[in-house]
Design a protein around this ligand. Structure first.
Ligand SMILES: [Zn+2]
Length: 369
């Protein structure tokens, strides 16, 4: 039995604190809003287990002296690590025991204590980076912002750059590390300087998801992000158009006639989906909500539920499946629109080659793990 909103069930929520002075704080007197906010940040019990069993070699401590998996609550001046546990089983008792052990384990470790200078880049997801690197011409990383280069950032980068070699991504010039906790966003790409250099992209990865997710999901996400990069690069679209764009338009972008995304649009979205999706977004107020509706209405049109979010995600998810599925799996897939979207990429020799190369690298990476 779990409940985020029921006030009575508050006792099920364990407020775990570490690293800060713990003042006596009568939280029961605070407003309901306060609890709603806290509960939004609460981890599921499984997520809690993933963190406490992740065996960090080093733990960062932020400028409020919170461990990296905690958040700082300015209202109480505490670092908070909040877990949803079920009192009817022994979960809550186990949380107490496991977390005490975990803190003891951390005390015996050397921490990287660092005041992060968090800067804002106006990313798509609006998430601040913790560490940022410039990718130089030899595909090596130069630290721009954040802590020293640590092992985890390097191994994430090593795996990505092995999976997707630099020859495939000339416009990717920055790499960042962030976290929004376990799950939610695993990685994203964004333009770093939308005004001056709209064609320069960065990739950001959530290090907590890197440690807690299985590798298969992690690699799949990297392939998805890569699909955004190559389909949104300079050769594909005009980032600021001031004319009547007769091809696919997304925000300020006008895609060129023979761009991958415009061809994908012509084939799969133009006739019925585009307008239907547009109206759903107007009606429901978000692409996420519209995606659920769209997927419900046209389940066989999309390779995943997430693909129905918008055409850019549809393209990225379809490309991801194109790379991940074997020839046999593709041939044996039902003859529906979602499979046609996967086969669409075979129209381009360079994408066929890309698929072979990435599949080959993926196999090598899986052998190494
Ligand atoms: Zn995406």
């Amino acid at each position: 039995m779990k409940n985020y909103y029921n006030f009575v069930l508050l006792l099920l929520v364990m407020l775990l604190t570490a690293g800060c002075e713990f003042d006596d704080y009568d939280y029961l007197e605070e407003s309901d809003n306060y609890f709603d906010e806290l509960n939004e940040n609460a981890l599921e019990f499984d997520e809690f287990l993933a963190i406490t069993s992740s065996g960090f070699d080093s733990i960062r401590v932020d400028s409020n002296y919170c461990y990296e998996f905690e958040y700082y609550d300015s209202l109480t001046d505490e670092c908070v690590f909040e877990v949803m546990c079920d009192e009817e089983t022994d979960e809550c008792e186990r949380v107490d025991i496991i977390y005490d052990e975990f803190l003891l384990y951390l005390e015996n470790k050397d921490y990287i204590t660092q005041d992060f200078s968090i800067s804002h880049h106006g990313s798509i997801e609006d998430i601040d980076l913790i560490v940022e690197f410039y990718i130089n011409s030899n595909d090596n990383l130069e630290l721009l912002m954040g802590s020293d280069i640590d092992e985890m950032s390097m191994s994430i980068w090593d795996e990505f750059s092995f999976l997707i070699p630099d020859s495939l991504r000339p416009d990717l010039r920055y790499f960042g590390i962030f976290t929004d906790g376990v799950d939610e966003t695993l990685a994203y790409v964004s333009q770093r300087d939308y005004v001056e250099n709209p064609h320069i992209w960065y990739l950001a990865v959530d290090y907590l998801d890197y440690t807690s997710q299985n590798k298969e999901e992690f690699y799949a996400t990297l392939i998805h992000e890569f699909a955004h990069i190559f389909s949104l690069e300079n050769s594909q679209l005009d980032y600021y158009y001031e004319y009547d764009c007769i091809y696919l338009t997304v925000d300020d972008w006008c895609f060129y006639e023979n761009s991958y995304l415009n061809l994908f649009y012509e084939e799969f979205w133009k006739k019925e989906l585009y307008e239907f999706h547009f109206n759903l977004v107007q009606e429901l107020g978000s692409e996420e909500e519209a995606g659920y509706e769209l997927y419900d209405s046209y389940p066989s049109y999309f390779v995943t539920q997430y693909a129905a979010t918008n055409i850019l995600e549809d393209f990225a998810e379809s490309f991801m499946m194109y790379v991940l599925l074997s020839n046999n799996q593709i041939q044996n897939s039902p003859r529906v629109v979602s499979t046609q979207k996967i086969i669409f990429f075979n129209n381009f020799d360079e994408l066929k080659e890309m698929r072979i190369q990435i599949r080959d690298n993926l196999e090598k990476l899986n052998k190494m793990n």
